[in-house]
Design a protein around this ligand. Structure first.
Ligand code: CP3
Length: 354
């Protein structure tokens, strides 16, 4: 395997010294890029794109051809696990993901199983190894999964939801059913991320996109507990190098201490927490990734640069910060504004690492 030429992302996650703050964007390969839309059209459907290792690698590398990013993220989706469990995943235009066979009862839950990583999800591992080969050591590759709670919202609701009414009714009335589902999911995520690491993922991120809709008590019992189990079950070193783990709960700013207690290396932060406060609370235990409001990218390049400068100053001197947006880039963003953001981080952050 080619020697890694740029490791500042991995070093910052482990709070080791770097020359400048590393930067990547959640959803950096996606619909805001015209070249992504062209490849997506060529592939047919979104899942066909995920299942084609050459095209998945092509779209993973597209943002790196445009911008000086410090990491690549596997092109795939969090819903590959429930798809492999036979829930019948479809992506409907305008509607988002839909499951034909949602999980609604203990009988449904008992049918769930840990998918076989080679036969059911081998296409993801093939994409990981193809991307590693195509990256040729340029930057590290991030693998990822959804958190059990976030995956369960889609599996139980049958798609995206505004109210989480079905999963919350289950949580309150049939907690044993929900715990059974979350437990199978946690075992699946452990096997899935370890397989990605063995195939070449150099860091992994758990997306807990919907953890923030829970009360603090319910977050502990139904989301964090399973992410803790995942952190405990992951392979933390591969090929002679540490494999850092990042936990991202959107809306989880008030729970950073508890998230750091899991033993994760880094926490993702959305834009509703100040990064200086977050650093004061947990910065001696974990690195922080974030946390610019993605909507800033609708503003002018000058205003974007000013926001980057403010967040860099807020974090302050020293390592332990990976610059990112607080959530994924929106599909209607002008790619030049994304470029202004990334260039600003590369140009303005060196002064904090002298
Ligand atoms: O970050 C990256 O560039 C890597 C790729 C990636 C995708 N999905 C590609 C994708 C990642 C990391 C994800 C994770 C994901 N998927 C999450 C968690 C991340 C987050 O945003 O918090 C969630 C909740 C999903 C579920 C999902 N996948 C939804 C709700 C949708 C529909 C979105 C929409 O607006 O239509 C998807 C589809 C999807 N996943 C797309 C992409 C690029 C769009 C599909 C298309 O090309 O039409």
């Amino acid at each position: 395997m080619a020697e890694l030429q740029n490791d500042r992302f991995l070093r910052a996650l482990l709070r080791e010294p770097v020359d400048r703050t590393p930067v990547w964007m959640m959803r950096q390969a996606g619909r805001y890029l015209p070249e992504y839309r062209a490849t997506r059209k060529q592939a047919g459907s979104f899942m066909d794109l995920c299942r084609n290792k050459e095209l998945a690698s092509e779209v993973t590398l597209q943002p790196l051809e445009r911008f000086p990013l410090d990491a690549a993220i596997l092109f795939s989706d969090i819903l590959t696990i429930p798809d492999a469990m036979g829930l019948g995943l479809r992506f409907e235009t305008g509607e988002g993901p839909v499951f034909d066979n949602p999980v609604r009862s203990m009988a449904d839950a008992k049918k769930l199983f840990v998918p076989d990583m080679a036969s059911d999800l081998g296409y993801v591992m093939d994409a990981v190894s193809t991307i590693r080969k195509d990256l040729n050591g340029r930057v590290p590759l991030i693998g990822f999964s959804g958190s059990p709670w976030t995956l369960a919202t889609y599996m139980i609701e049958g798609g995206s939801s505004k109210t989480y009414s079905i999963i919350k009714a289950m949580m309150f009335d049939q907690p044993a059913t929900l715990h059974h589902i979350l437990d199978v999911l946690a075992d699946s995520v452990i096997a899935y991320l370890n397989a990605q690491i063995e195939a070449g993922a150099q860091a992994v991120q758990v997306f807990d996109t919907w953890g923030g809709v829970l009360t603090p008590r319910d977050y502990n019992e139904f989301s964090l507990r399973y992410m803790h189990k995942i952190v405990d079950g992951l392979k933390r070193e591969n090929d002679g190098r540490k494999v850092p783990v990042i936990l991202f709960t959107k809306g989880g700013g008030q729970w950073l201490e508890a998230m750091a207690d899991t033993g994760a290396d880094a926490l993702g932060l959305d834009w509703t927490t100040n990064i200086d406060d977050a650093r004061a609370r947990v910065g001696d235990r974990v690195a922080l990734q974030g946390n610019m409001d993605p909507s800033i990218l609708y503003a002018s390049p000058e205003r974007i640069r000013q926001e980057v400068a403010t967040i860099l100053a807020q974090y302050g001197n020293g390592s332990g910060h990976v610059f990112n947006l607080g959530h994924g880039i929106h599909p209607e963003i002008n790619p030049e504004h994304a470029g202004a953001f990334i260039n600003a981080v590369t140009e303005l952050s060196g002064q904090y690492h002298k």
